[in-house]
Ligand binder design. Structure first.
Ligand code: ZN
Ligand code: ZN
Length: 405
């Protein structure tokens, strides 16, 4: 039987470079990965440029590319995707922002994470219900994310995403006034709307009982909202129409979940704290009714950003142990890859291609028996662009249509 369903497993930031503390091996090379190695051995391997060679992909642009939505055409900024991931129903034309709670003292931002506040449901509801922008003909959506994070969306005619942030991006500095970044009346008006949103939100937060309680217990109050990453929600051809597959997204990162929702995948909620084994069970359950699951595993990227090669290696070993149940289904075509490399040596995304495995009934196994950047480069898939991945996978499950006669 040919595989009929697709699992796209993206290990965020998986790719790396040789690390001195690992004897000049990459974290993947240094890790003990029996399950991923088994997939590599029985599958076909290669390396992949998530967007194209030399392009240092963000997680958002890369995921769009891997799902078959060229970011050059579809990407309008992080804000609207993050807003969708926080549960806001984003419609084309709405302006989305990333937001976060901060602590402000006499006009100065003193803590950009508001004392690492954990639960902002109540204050977020107060902001959403309390801010009134009707004099501009604008309505808002405002939803909490994880920790101090949240998202804002503006809905109304004559809005623009061409506005700056109020985030000074450092502590001890004054909150900034949001400004238009072009000369249009829409941008000017949107900057005004944003500043009014911030003014009202901060006033609501200043006298909110949650903050009074925080102050009483010596914690930094969440009395300011910083917004950034403005973008206009785009129009996405629904995934099910584009690829003829029904699908879900399992991703702890709001940004990735938001990308999934934006293209029409069903979001299966997981938190960064949800154990990997539980996330894997949720993925498996989805295949009872769906044809496709995008499963993004967070954290390897963060170890890369922190330059923690040993921790990255150990986390990769945890992923390896957790994915075993996924390998037991014979109806799956499994793709394992990253959305970009995050080398511990540079603590940032790089354009180094990511290692790729395609595993499932019908693939042509090559000589590669290990999942890492160097071994996979010798594989039968050679080097492909991320924009081709969906087509390649669809072909392996017999879902492509012949080009020509
Ligand atoms: Zn990423
Ligand atoms: Zn990253």
């Amino acid at each position: 039987m040919t595989a009929s369903k697709i699992l796209l497993l993206i290990i965020d930031g998986v790719g790396d470079r040789p690390c001195e503390c690992l004897g000049n091996k990459t974290p993947l090379q240094a890790a003990n990965l029996p399950n991923l190695d088994e997939l590599a051995k029985t599958g076909i391997c290669g390396i992949m440029d998530p967007i194209s060679p030399g392009i240092r992909a963000g997680s958002d642009t890369s995921h769009l590319s891997l799902l078959g939505y060229p970011p050059q055409k579809y990407y309008t900024g992080r804000g609207p995707l993050e807003a969708a991931g926080c549960g806001i129903s984003m419609e084309p034309g709405m302006i989305g922002f990333r937001a976060n709670y901060a602590t402000m003292d006499e006009g100065l931002i003193t803590d950009r994470r508001a004392g690492r506040i954990e639960d902002t449901k109540e204050i977020s509801r107060a902001v959403k219900e309390g801010v009134d922008l009707s004099k501009y003909g604008v309505t808002i959506e405002f939803e909490p994310g994880t920790g101090h994070r949240a998202a804002l969306a503006l809905k109304g005619a004559g809005l623009s995403a061409a506005v700056t942030t109020n985030d000074p991006k450092k502590t001890g500095a004054a909150m900034l006034t949001i400004k238009p970044t072009d000369d249009t009346a829409e941008a000017k008006r949107t900057a005004e709307v944003c500043n009014e949103f911030v003014r009202q939100a901060n006033a609501i937060l200043e006298k909110h009982p949650v903050n009074a309680a925080r102050a009483a217990s010596g914690k930094n109050p969440a009395n300011a909202v910083l917004i950034r990453g403005a973008g206009e929600m785009g129009v996405y051809e629904p995934f099910e129409e584009k690829h003829e597959l029904s699908g879900s997204v399992v991703a702890a990162a709001a940004l990735i979940a938001g990308i999934g929702v934006s293209v029409g995948l069903e979001r299966i909620p997981v938190l960064p704290t949800t154990p990997l084994s539980e996330q894997v069970s949720l993925v498996l359950k989805e295949f009872d009714k769906k044809d496709f699951v995008l499963f993004n595993i967070k954290n390897a990227d963060e170890y890369g950003h922190d330059g923690k090669a040993m921790e990255k290696k150990e986390f990769l070993e945890k992923i390896d142990a957790a994915i075993k149940p996924l390998m037991e289904r014979s109806d799956l075509l499994i793709a394992v890859c990253g959305d970009h490399s995050t080398p511990c040596t540079i603590k940032e995304h790089s354009a180094d291609p990511v290692p790729l495995i395609l595993h499932g009934d019908g693939v042509r196994p090559d000589g590669v028996a290990k999942y890492d950047e160097i071994s996979c480069a010798a594989g039968g898939m050679c080097r492909i662009c991320g924009g081709s991945l969906m087509a390649v996978m669809l072909d392996l499950i017999d879902k492509t249509h012949k080009y020509g006669a």
